[in-house]
Design a protein around this ligand. Structure first.
Ligand SMILES: *[C@@H]1O[C@H](CO)[C@@H](O)[C@H](O)[C@H]1NC(C)=O
Ligand SMILES: [Ca+2]
Ligand SMILES: [Ca+2]
Ligand SMILES: [Ca+2]
Length: 253
């Protein structure tokens, strides 16, 4: 009897909750222009196809989470180089690459793109939707251009640093492929949980930690993390850590 009451209660809760969630979803679908979503999906598909091709044609770089963690210092180093590139294209030095500045950047990259496609890339990489490309978004943009158009892209933005930048982008993309087990361009929560706990000699990562991690990465809350979301999150985390490092290094020998 008690059990039955419990199920009825849960059932009622579901009935109350479901329409609210559904209404929220419908509302957000209506407010988000259809064209924008289509452009977003187009680029998602292109990135996923490039990832599949890459997974087919290259050897795996990472076999454990630790092997990824070990590369982080080098990755942070690379971020500093990309900051120099960013500053170069942020012509008025106001911390944002606006539409005109982006045009001149894409021109320099010599990627074949119509005006509309350039706008789509702009919108796609404007992750925080504040308009304009901030530094973290610029790293995402360059990395995606690298994946889609090949290593010449970085040579055109920075001849001296291009080998280093390519190395960083390769590592980032391969880190994503490590988690994206079935190679469809999307990480699922269970992929992350599984990978985090693969090494049997390690302590298990508590499930609430991986859940939190995943939630932070899944920026649009659709239950999957694509390369764009993954890159943006990694860069954000690395950036925070760099600031902490700088602060704690001051005054130390
Ligand atoms: C930088 O300038 C652009 C255009 O001139 C503007 O849209 C943007 O809001 C500015 N960004 C900041 C952070 O002031
Ligand atoms: Ca600017
Ligand atoms: Ca932005
Ligand atoms: Ca997502």
């Amino acid at each position: 009897m008690l059990g039955l009451c419990f199920f009825l209660l849960v059932g009622q809760l579901k009935l109350v909750r479901w329409p609210v969630a559904a209404m929220g979803m419908v509302a957000s679908m209506c407010t988000e222009p259809i064209k924008r979503r289509r452009a977003e999906k187009d680029l998602d598909d292109k990135v996923a196809a490039a990832l599949r091709e890459r997974a087919r044609s290259r050897q795996r770089t990472f076999r454990t989470v630790n092997s990824i963690t070990m590369r982080l210092p080098r990755f942070k180093d690379g971020l500093r180089d990309i900051k120099d590139v960013f500053d170069q294209y942020d012509e008025d030095s106001n911390g944002t690459i606006d539409n005109d500045e982006l045009r001149s950047c894409l021109g320099k990259l010599q990627v074949q793109m119509s005006d509309k496609e350039a706008d789509d890339v702009h919108r796609y990489c404007d992750v925080d939707r504040r308009g304009g490309i901030q530094f973290q978004e610029f790293v995402v943009l360059l990395c995606l251009m690298y994946l889609l158009f090949g290593p010449d892209v970085t040579r055109r933005v920075s001849e001296f640093e291009s080998a280093k930048l390519n190395y960083v982008f390769d590592e980032l993309i391969d880190a994503f492929l490590f988690f994206d087990k079935d190679g469809d361009g999307k990480m699922k929560r269970k992929d992350v949980t599984r990978r985090m706990n693969e090494a049997s000699h390690q302590e298990r990562t508590p499930s609430h930690t991986t859940a939190q991690l995943f939630k932070e990465m899944d920026l649009n809350r659709n239950g999957k993390v694509n390369l764009k979301e993954f890159l943006y999150s990694i860069i954000r985390w690395a950036g925070h850590e760099t600031e902490d490092d700088d602060a704690s290094n001051e005054g130390s020998p």
